[in-house]
Design a protein. Structure first.
Length: 208
């Protein structure tokens, strides 16, 4: 573990956030399975990171109650209802769009389920690759706006204004001309309840 990551985990501790370091994806997946109780119901937000780890499919195979709003064949109302239920599950899984070296976590959301889950679920595990580390909060917000969001919009075929050039055009990225993804922004600076929020940091590139 290099000094930058060691300092980050210490900063999280000061912020009442539990930080875990994993050297690779295999260790990251093992740590998640260790942290998730066998009987826990699980909600989650759409995440390339979670998809790359394969954690949702694995939890479903282990007979966890997983509130999966992305399963095939769901109507839009059904998907939205599962997002609401997932935010109230025993445990919520998500990935941040960016992390500052001081320990701040940045999340962008379209529908708000990720923000609801991360802020108020009973237990939360945030999983991130070290590619999401930035020097300070301003850089973290810039990364979320001008790196993660355009890539996610292209992946999901959303007509957001940032898709063409990778730059944030928040002043014009509005309906009906565009389908905006970064509708809500959450910055976690600290956690009030000890043990509620944990971050699994994987020393590989994961997600956007």
């Amino acid at each position: 573990m290099d000094k930058r990551i060691e300092s980050l985990i210490k900063n999280w501790k000061k912020r009442n956030i539990v930080g875990w370091y994993c050297r690779n994806k295999k260790e990251g997946l093992e740590k998640l399975l260790e942290l998730i109780p066998a009987s826990a119901s699980v909600g989650f937000s759409g995440s390339q990171t979670l998809e790359e780890l394969g954690i949702i499919t694995l939890l479903e195979s282990k007979a966890h109650k997983v509130f999966n709003p992305y399963q095939a064949g769901l109507s839009r109302p059904e998907s939205l209802e599962l997002r609401r239920q997932g935010a109230q599950a025993d445990l919520y899984l998500a990935s941040a769009n960016a992390i500052s070296e001081k320990g701040e976590l940045v999340f962008f959301s379209a529908y708000g389920n990720r923000i609801a889950g991360v802020t108020y679920a009973r237990k939360v595990i945030v999983v991130c690759g070290t590619n999401k580390l930035t020097f300070h909060l301003e850089a973290a917000l810039k990364r979320a706006r001008e790196h993660a969001t355009p890539l996610n919009c292209r992946r999901l075929n959303w007509n957001a204004a940032c898709v063409k050039d990778g730059m944030c055009h928040s002043d014009i990225c509005l309906w009906p001309d565009y389908k905006r993804m970064c509708c809500q922004i959450l910055v976690i600076e600290a956690e009030i309840e000890a043990g509620r929020l944990q971050v699994v940091l994987v020393d590989e590139t994961l997600g956007f």
